[in-house]
Design a protein around this ligand. Structure first.
Ligand code: SF4
Ligand code: FES
Length: 336
């Protein structure tokens, strides 16, 4: 039996390894048809399936069984079948459902972007702009929590947490000392403050990078600057920690390094996790070998005023017939 499967997403066919998720098949095509993902993280085993932002419509199950799937499915958790056909941005139903998911994620998430350190690199903010409704129908007060200091370098602001579990998986898989998780259920769920026990580990700072919103922030950077006023630069050092390759992004304000993060790819995921020494203790230019300005997607607000932007993601032409068939409703649903 062939271990390759052909899957068609928004009219574009790609051949992928059996066992690949629809989301990763879409990432192999690239461009606008890639579903957003708030909880899936390719470097973290078991992640995904929590936020539902990656919903897609499977209009044909497979060559063998062409029946469509009765409900929208999470593309990060659904594997492709040979001959499968999937609709993402060509499905008005998906576009509508995604708006609902964003609305739900924002029910309890404060709209404090003007004072949040994550603004400009927050996936929920981007999602809100791209898929959100202009209004919420929610009439109740948002739930709030006290901020919790996780040692002197990390702060947990649970009020902003969307319970994606990425930090839990990071502590579990990267630091090997997970002593936190999600406590309680439903509206009462929260990241347990036992997360503070994981901070003694050399890799604990990575929870900041994986958090898609501003719930876990770097205290050494908090309120120092808006990220779009900084200049990111690729740099490396000879780190003696065996699991850290010392490759980072330095964020400059003038001559000063105000933040060090892991390097991130086009989906906002870290390329490789870095140790706390590189992240928190090496803030002098002399600590680093500077490589080049960081390439920033020109879709990102961080790219404004910057000197080196990434080539735009390839704009994928979606199947004109599919688009035509859905045009009227699609236009109505995608209007802001
Ligand atoms: S703190 Fe951030 S990474 Fe952790 S579950 Fe909440 S949103 Fe996700
Ligand atoms: S990214 Fe698929 S459910 Fe969250």
């Amino acid at each position: 039996m062939s271990d390759k499967h052909k899957v068609t997403i928004d009219g574009i066919t790609v051949e992928v390894e059996a066992g690949t998720s629809i989301l990763n098949a879409a990432r192999q095509i690239g461009g606008d048809i890639v579903p957003p993902a708030m909880c899936y993280y390719s470097k973290l085993e078991g992640s995904g399936g929590k936020c539902r932002t990656c919903l897609v419509q499977v209009s044909k199950g497979s060559e063998k069984d062409p029946r469509p799937m009765p409900k929208l499915v999470a593309s990060c958790r659904t594997t492709v079948m040979d001959g499968m056909e999937v609709k993402n941005i060509t499905s008005p139903e998906v576009v509508e459902a995604r708006k609902g998911v964003v609305e739900m994620l924002l029910l309890n998430h404060p709209l404090d972007c003007p004072v949040c350190d994550q603004a400009g690199e927050c996936h929920l903010q981007d999602l809100g702009y791209e898929h959100g409704r202009a209004k919420t129908r929610y009439e109740f007060d948002r739930r709030t929590f006290e901020k919790v200091d996780l040692g002197d370098k990390i702060q947990l602001h649970m009020t902003r947490c969307i319970l994606c579990y990425r930090c839990v998986f990071t502590a579990d898989q990267i630091t090997n000392t997970r002593l936190h998780g999600v406590l309680n259920r439903g509206d009462h769920s929260e990241i347990s403050t036992y997360i503070s026990k994981a901070i003694d580990n050399d890799f604990s700072g990575n929870v900041i990078d994986v958090c898609p919103v501003g719930a876990l922030t770097d205290k050494t950077f908090r309120f120092k600057n808006r990220v779009w006023f900084t200049k990111p630069v690729q740099a490396h050092r000879d780190c003696d920690h065996e699991k850290c390759n010392g490759k980072v992004t330095l964020w400059y304000k003038g001559e000063e390094v105000i933040r060090v993060t892991a390097r991130k790819d086009q989906y906002g995921e870290v390329e490789e996790f870095i140790c706390n020494t590189c992240r928190f203790d090496k803030k002098q230019t002399s600590d680093w070998v500077i490589e080049a300005p960081t390439k920033i997607s020109n879709k990102s607000v961080i790219s404004s005023n910057h000197y080196d932007t990434m080539k735009p993601l390839p704009v994928v032409k979606t199947n004109p017939q599919l688009l035509e068939a859905n045009k009227e409703q699609f236009e109505r649903d995608t209007r802001l």
